[in-house]
Design a binder for this molecule. Structure first.
Ligand code: PLP
Length: 378
């Protein structure tokens, strides 16, 4: 590391200290109030979060669970997918999207993504349908919604369920509709680093269907419609009140934080446009992208790892989401795929680089990252 690098302010993918400072004493007060309440699991804080998070997205019902992964596999069960069914999803996502299908006993069937958006391609999903397919699970990667109108039409035509993975899409919309609006349900993660993050783990399912919400309330509590009555096998996935209290303090800021992410992204777009070694991702017309990640493709002569190392030497810490597609993971072997099966996912895994875009970055931070990237990716 050079001596100038050591004096530079680090720029990282998240700045939790800045976020906490911006909230003043509200977080600490909410945590202490919840501790004093003695209501630690579900209860009024969780109910308020379910109500307000659903309202924020314009969806009828919210059911909180312990993690985004639970939201996915319990969501699949709640909408009606059965073990041994096939569920079509993306090979370019966090592993949990596909693993959740296997977790509830179904088989993940993969279909390639669009190279320009990294989102599941509806035509490829159609081509991947099998006689046992009962559900499609698009992932709203990086904060941009998949083509839900196309997936809704396909699922109506083929009589399939539709579950949306919105773990990276808090507040995102496409043609005005949020995650959970057009699908049978939409799932969210409140992991620390998400656009709306807990002080730990958390998840939520949004749905317009009252029957799905009821199923989820039972499934997250050992299949229990009433105390010590167990109508089906479920699990323990009840959100902790302390996490809900933290999220309730942060939720009123989400819209402003998302706007700042969009501002930062627009600045990157302007700074990086037209450079042959940097490929910008496509934002589709009608998308309200909330930039959980601001992603570019490194497609010049220098490798992505070389670019990453140059940035790190400048105290700029970019991410790679994700360095391996789902189908080339060891755990995915039983699903029967191999190298070359999903060329777009494989190429994205080689090329993507996610630049810091969080709401606590200044314009000069964005300019510093842009300049360092352009210098590195020749
Ligand atoms: C696309 C996607 N799906 C699912 C998950 C799983 O959420 P959790 O980590 O809360 O279980 C994540 C979390 O990173 C994610 O990014």
């Amino acid at each position: 590391m050079t001596s100038t690098a050591t004096t530079l302010k680090p720029i990282a993918p998240v700045d939790l200290a800045a976020e906490r400072a911006s909230l003043g004493p509200a977080l600490h007060e909410a945590v202490l109030r919840t501790l004093d309440s003695g209501k630690y699991v579900l209860g009024p804080e969780v109910e308020a979060l379910e109500r307000d998070f659903a309202k924020f997205h314009g969806v009828a019902h919210g059911v909180a669970v312990a993690t985004g992964t639970d939201a996915l596999w319990l969501g699949l069960l709640a909408i009606g997918v059965k073990p041994c069914d096939d569920v079509v999803t993306s090979p370019f996502t966090f592993f949990a999207s596909a693993a959740s299908i296997a977790l509830m006993g179904a088989r993940p069937v993969l279909a390639d993504v669009d190279l320009d958006t990294a989102l599941l391609d509806p035509a490829k999903a159609r081509a991947a349908l099998t006689p046992r397919t009962t559900c499609i699970l698009p992932v709203h990667l990086y904060g941009q919604l998949a083509d839900m109108k196309a997936f809704r039409a396909l699922c109506d035509e083929k009589k399939l369920f539709l579950l949306e993975d919105g773990a990276q899409a808090h507040g995102s919309r496409r043609d005005g509709a949020a995650c959970g609006t057009l699908g049978d349900a939409g799932t969210f993660s409140f992991y620390v680093t998400k656009n709306l993050g807990a002080a730990g783990e958390g998840g939520m399912v949004l749905t317009q269907r009252a029957d799905v919400a009821k199923n989820l309330r039972e499934l997250r509590d050992h299949g229990s419609p009433a105390k010590y009555v167990h109508a089906r096998i479920g699990t323990n996935s009840r959100l902790q009140a302390l996490q809900a209290a933290v999220l309730n303090v942060k939720l009123p800021h989400l819209e402003r934080w998302n706007e700042r992410r969009r501002h930062n992204a627009a600045r990157y777009d302007r700074n990086l446009a037209g450079h042959p070694a940097i490929g910008l991702m496509k934002v589709v017309p009608g998308a309200f992208h909330t930039y959980h990640q601001y992603t570019v493709r490194v497609c010049g002569e220098r490798t992505r790892d070389a670019v990453l190392a140059d940035l790190a030497a400048q105290q700029i810490f970019a991410g790679v989401h994700y360095p391996s597609p789902v189908h080339l993971q060891e755990a995915a072997k039983p699903w029967g795929y191999g190298p070359g099966d999903f060329p777009n996912a494989e190429r994205l895994a080689r090329e993507v680089l996610c630049l810091p875009v969080h709401p606590f970055l200044s314009d000069s931070d964005i300019d510093r990252v842009s300049a360092a990237l352009l210098a590195a990716a020749r």
